[in-house]
Design a protein around this ligand. Sequence first.
Ligand code: ATP
Length: 345
Amino acid sequence: MDGYSPDTESSATDDRERLAIDVDGLELIYADGTAAVQGVDMTVPEGEFFGFLGPNGAGKTTTIKVFATLLSPTSGEVRVNGFDVRSEARKIRETIGYMAQETSIDPELTAEENIRFACEAYGVPRGGRAERVAELLGLVDLVDVADKRSEEFSGGMKKRLDAATALVHRPPLVFLDEPTTGLDPKARNRLWEYFQRINDLGTTIFLTTQYLEEADQLCDRLAVILDGTIVADGSPADLKREVGGEVLDIELEDGADARARAAAIAREFDAFADATVTETETGISVTAETAREYGTDLLVALRDAGLTVTGFNIRAPTLDDVFLAITGDELDTDEMDTGRSELSQ
Ligand code: ATP
């Protein structure tokens, strides 16, 4: 369709083991002693759309920087596209694209000039540049504004252009570090379509995000990192299943005190011994195998305690529930102030 396709022959991985990323015991300690990544093991097969989730400071960017050979591991073995991060860094750089948190496009240049400039920087042969620029402008739907200076672009268009510049050398693996942070939902949705398109063409994608909905929509598989350690991994469906059971959302009248009292009652409720109970903006949520069976008993207990229930609903777990179940109290809920589907600002 767009003529763009990744150069999947450029990785060193052979047919026995087509892993884009292969990590064993990665540890990264910064010069000031901060242990940002501690004993991470992971594999990402070629072609996968992989999500790396975690709150601010969990170690996502540090891990990506090791994969992109911008930081050298303190210990552990890391292979990217079959190449060793310590001894084959140049080969890795030639076979990856990296879209950093801050866009790297030049606002003074047009969309086309930005992509041309990236072609030069990545050593795309002169003869192939015009075709590559056209392919990439088409891939991210910026053909109509090819001659416009990028400073005039919306945030979403800038991100699309940035994604295109990361693809000029047709890398088989692309790192996207929080690519949609700060975009409105419409622009975010649109960007998801491009990432999906790039992945459909055969590019392996390693995405970090703080938007759980983004991970749920896009990723084949996820890992959750907390304080430098991977605490869960699997497909979004697997992770939701692991939460176990269903979620009972209860809405209450009367504010924070009532929520705290209701949460305490739910935690002491025998039928919910293994439940995760959290306070929400409007009430409480109880995640349990027995949510459906004993939900009404809990409602009666709340009423008997003098609390006014204004609504309730039983539903399947979302990734938000997965995250709460995994991180428990460790995640500062104040950081989740921009909505239920975002981990932190
Ligand atoms: P964010 O979403 O904020 O980018 P993150 O999950 O990407 O978070 P990292 O940026 O990898 O997290 O940071 C992991 C830990 O390492 C944090 O405690 C951070 O403060 C620390 N850190 C990051 N860069 C450095 C540095 N250059 N020197 C010392 N500590 C650092």
